[in-house]
Ligand binder design. Structure first.
Ligand SMILES: Nc1ncnc2c1ncn2[C@@H]1O[C@H](COP(=O)(O)OP(=O)(O)O)[C@@H](O)[C@H]1O
Ligand SMILES: [Mg+2]
Length: 259
């Protein structure tokens, strides 16, 4: 799509296997995420998409396999491990706290303390600075929300999703993992969220996005990885596929070796 995608892998999963009792949810799955790309992860219900991203983001343990970041093996056992490495997961429902303002939501757990005696002694928070940072961030990402002091509950699903996504840029993350970011959104709001995904990419972020929306794959993603029955069924450049071919790969009507 854009020229900023490189051949460098920022994130790799190798041979990831995950079993739930007798069910093999993931059977030795590989995934490569290139620096600066949006990678779509598609597949039928139960194909293993969510399980795969959960093992990458530390939300689930794995039985076999390894994760590499910038080519180096990393130990991701908990969500905090993943965040510290620079991988941020945006969960659809848990994204914002209703009772907190937009600004407080963005800085939740990472508040800026005043750079004076009150800050040092009492941990007084610097709301002016935090609000200025949020306004600056929203301007850069073209997010049109001005009342950033208002409680999050007053905002639409699309606006809330935009705020959640913007945090990844605010805190210098390298990889954003999105599990069906538009599943709960209407058409107009979905477009808003997807435009922001593109904007994250323009700011250098690499994105893995689970989606069922083939138009979003075709319009916003660089590559697409198809999962089927716990395995990687195919990886394609989006420029090489159309909607029918994707559906064929997802259902198995089109057989393909991964590559
Ligand atoms: N916590 C769990 N306990 C037992 N089985 C699970 C659990 N999570 C997922 N599975 C099973 O693993 C397989 C893959 O599920 P999932 O990763 O959610 O698929 P997808 O996200 O592609 O719809 C399915 O067979 C599902 O039933
Ligand atoms: Mg899922």
């Amino acid at each position: 799509m854009s020229g900023s995608v490189t051949d460098q892998y920022v994130l790799e999963a190798r041979g990831v296997t995950k079993r739930f009792g007798g069910v093999t949810a993931l059977d030795s799955v590989d995934l490569e995420l290139r620096e600066g790309e949006v990678l779509a992860l598609v597949g039928d219900n139960g194909a293993g998409k969510s399980t795969l991203v959960k093992t990458i983001t530390g939300a689930l343990g794995r039985d076999e396999g390894e994760i590499l970041f910038d080519g180096q093996p990393v130990h991701i056992q908990t969500p905090l491990d993943a965040r510290n490495i620079g991988i941020e997961t945006v969960y659809q429902d848990l994204a914002l706290v209703n009772e907190l303002s937009i600004t407080k939501n963005i800085f939740l757990g990472r508040e800026i303390v005043k750079d004076n005696l009150f800050g040092r002694l009492f941990g007084a928070l610097d709301f002016k600075k935090m609000e200025a940072n949020v306004r600056d961030l929203f301007a850069r990402l073209d997010i049109r929300i001005s009342d950033i002091y208002r409680d999050a509950q007053g905002f639409s699903g699309g606006q809330r999703q935009a705020v959640a996504l913007s945090k990844t840029i605010m805190f210098g993350k390298r990889v954003a993992v999105l599990d069906e970011p538009t599943a709960a959104l209407g058409v107009r709001e979905s477009k808003m969220a997807m435009d922001l995904v593109r904007s994250l990419k323009d700011h250098g972020l690499s994105v893995i996005m689970i989606t069922h929306n083939m138009q979003h794959v075709l319009n916003y993603c660089d590559r697409v990885m198809v999962m089927r029955l716990g395995k990687r069924a195919a990886v394609r450049n989006v420029s090489d596929v159309d909607g029918d071919m994707l559906v064929g790969l997802i259902t198995g009507a089109i057989a393909a070796r991964s590559g």
